[in-house]
Design a protein around this ligand. Structure first.
Ligand code: NAD
Ligand code: UDP
Length: 323
């Protein structure tokens, strides 16, 4: 198996899962948002290999490969907006390079697409046949439009060239191995609550997101990769996410309660084109894959909070020994 983006949040959790299941894994990552800590324990594993490479550059690897998971692309808005042209190239040129590798190896390839293909949706929940409301030139466009273009590439390579493709439209996912510096709402709120800082709520906090715990997401990704159904059906995009929908104010309250934090809230401007609502319709995933998430937000936040507490303790120890 090859996991592009395997040092990032979802990718590193997937690498651990695949190694635990007995697979051989090649992790390809340029470490743009990946963390050495996420894969450090795998680097000496006999079935794990790490290739430091940017998928925007063509590449091949020796030996057979039967599955390619493409999780390479910064997932957090402040990170993917740092170098918008490179983010766009990662989805498009990186996508072409991985599709070529899949064709060369006769491998099945899964693309991590996103709920962002729906933009700022004017319907809820969002099902796969909703075409989205996306700004082509806003600050999020490098990510949203790159992912939309990649869906087109995967679709055409399947239809015209017979590459076995899968497209997962992933909704907001959280859990251990997120980067504490990531900038997404779950990591920001938990760290702010643990460290006694005010939680930064963007806008009025009434915008919604639906949060899926990482273990559920991995089950969904593997099910989508491995399920066999008639040609055409399974190659079209499938939503993966947890339909439980929360406002950012509700999330802030839950995090403060679960961390026992006395932190307050501080309101900041709503970023441009920030979607007002997001909730997956997962009927297709249930029907095609027999998959649905099992872990509600409160349950998934427990190990996530424990993970961030441990990360902060490590960082404090490192600062202490450096002083
Ligand atoms: P992440 O930023 O933690 O991980 C992305 C990984 O890809 C990092 O290790 C990064 O270094 C690597 N990468 C980026 N550009 C690369 C390039 N050009 N070449 C090689 N490696 C590159 O993000 P994540 O949350 O783990 O997301 C993984 C994938 O899932 C992304 O494609 C993202 O768009 C998608 N996704 C994630 C979410 C979510 O909520 N986490 C939601 C929707 C879609
Ligand atoms: N958000 C927030 N405070 C933060 C970070 C994000 O209120 O410190 C908001 C953000 O504006 C968005 C929601 O939380 O409305 C989810 O943001 P995130 O970056 O996690 O994911 P995305 O916007 O890509 O869904």
């Amino acid at each position: 198996m090859l996991v592009a983006g395997g040092a990032g949040f979802i990718g590193s959790n997937l690498c651990h899962r695949l190694i635990a299941e007995g697979d051989r894994v090649i992790c390809v990552d340029n470490m743009e948002t990946g963390r050495h800590e996420n894969i450090a324990d795998l680097l000496t594993h006999p079935r794990f290999a790490f290739l430091h490479h940017d998928i925007v550059g063509a590449f091949t690897v020796g030996g057979p490969i039967d599955r390619i998971y493409n999780l390479a692309c910064p997932g957090s808005p402040p990170k993917y907006q740092r170098d918008p042209v490179h983010t766009f190239k990662t989805s498009i040129i990186g996508g072409i390079n991985l599709l070529s590798l899949a064709e060369e190896k006769s491998a099945r390839i899964l693309q991590s697409s996103t709920s962002e293909v729906y933009g700022d949706p004017d319907i809820s929940p969002q099902s796969e046949d909703y075409r989205g409301l996306v700004n082509t030139i806003g600050p999020r466009a490098c990510y949203d439009e790159g992912k939309r273009g990649a869906e087109t590439l995967f679709h055409e390579m399947n239809k015209r060239r017979g590459v076995e493709t899968r497209i997962a439209r992933i909704f907001n996912t959280y859990g251990p191995r997120m980067d504490p510096e990531d900038g997404r709402v779950v990591s920001n709120f938990i760290i702010q609550a643990i460290t006694g800082n005010n939680l930064t709520v963007y806008g009025d906090g009434n915008q919604t997101r639906s949060f899926c715990y990482i273990d559920d997401m991995l089950d969904g990704l593997v099910a989508l990769m491995e399920t066999e159904t008639p040609f055409g059906t399974i190659n079209d995009p499938v939503n993966l996410g947890n339909p439980g929908e929360f406002t950012m104010l509700e999330l802030a309250d839950l995090v403060r309660e679960m961390t026992g934090s006395g932190s307050g809230l501080v309101f900041r401007g709503l970023p441009v084109d920030d979607p007002h609502q997001r909730r997956p319709d997962i009927h297709k995933a249930k029907h095609l894959l027999g998959w649905e998430p099992k872990i509600p937000l409160r349950e998934g936040l427990e190990p996530t909070i424990a993970y961030f507490r441990a990360e902060l303790a490590i960082q404090q120890r490192l600062r202490g020994s450096a002083a």
